[in-house]
Design a binder for this molecule. Sequence first.
Ligand SMILES: O=C(O)CCC(=O)C(=O)O
Length: 286
Amino acid sequence: MRASLIQIAVDPDESVDSRRRRAAALVREQRGADLVVLPELWPVGAFAYESFADEAETPDGPTFREMSKAASEAGVWLHAGSIVERAPDGRAPDGRAPDGRAQGGPDQDGTLYNTSLVLSPAGELVRTYRKIHRFGFDKGEATLMGAGGELVTVRLPETTLGLATCYDLRFPELFRGLVDAGAETLVVPAGWPARRREHWTLLARARAVENQAYVLACSTAGTHAGVEQSGHSIVVDPWGEVLAEAGTDEEVLTVDFDPGTVATTRERFPALKDRRLGLETPPATR
Ligand SMILES: O=C(O)CCC(=O)C(=O)O
């Protein structure tokens, strides 16, 4: 199986429309790949909080339309990274609250979500995934967006994808849930900051080793909203070996891998079978 991770640069001097066209051209160039992956919030920028409301779109909006044509022309499965989704019953961007918060607030109708799109080689939208763990603590994404509440897997002919986004990488229980749902290849689009690059590569390898799964983690290059992006998109095999790793600039990282290695790794070193679930937690003793 061949995967191409498009580590696109997100810089403020390029318009969202221009970046969409450029991403589409890069997807078209990946003909021959089975799966193409784009990063988190690449149209607008993961830290461009002030633009979230204005650039919010529905899952069938402008990013989907551009990506749909590109996926079908290239004949590839496309994880199109994520968009700022305005829930279908959301109000127009100019209807947002004065403090810029999404109308409705997190977990209510009309809020914004950080939503990944997965398209088939026919250009159809087959699944969406709303990021479960919002980044920013008491500001940014954590206050502007609602949280997803559903684990999402996608069956491809060669493997089953488990979907996660950026900050989700820090939450191993999410990935265990995906593995329990059949995931063999964990796909993590991100807009990870350069200053925590070591965490990015460490956590990508940890998620691969503990889940005995491939990890395809695709971040952005460039600098937007004053946040230098990590680059270093990475592909890790179920034994934790790094199959490929990008540099810091815009780059397409292409890797060939055998999805069957997940089953053989889990058979030969059956640690997942040794899980002890449902243990009792007695009160702490003095
Ligand atoms: O966890 C981190 O260090 C980065 C997370 C992040 O940037 C995000 O989820 O957008």
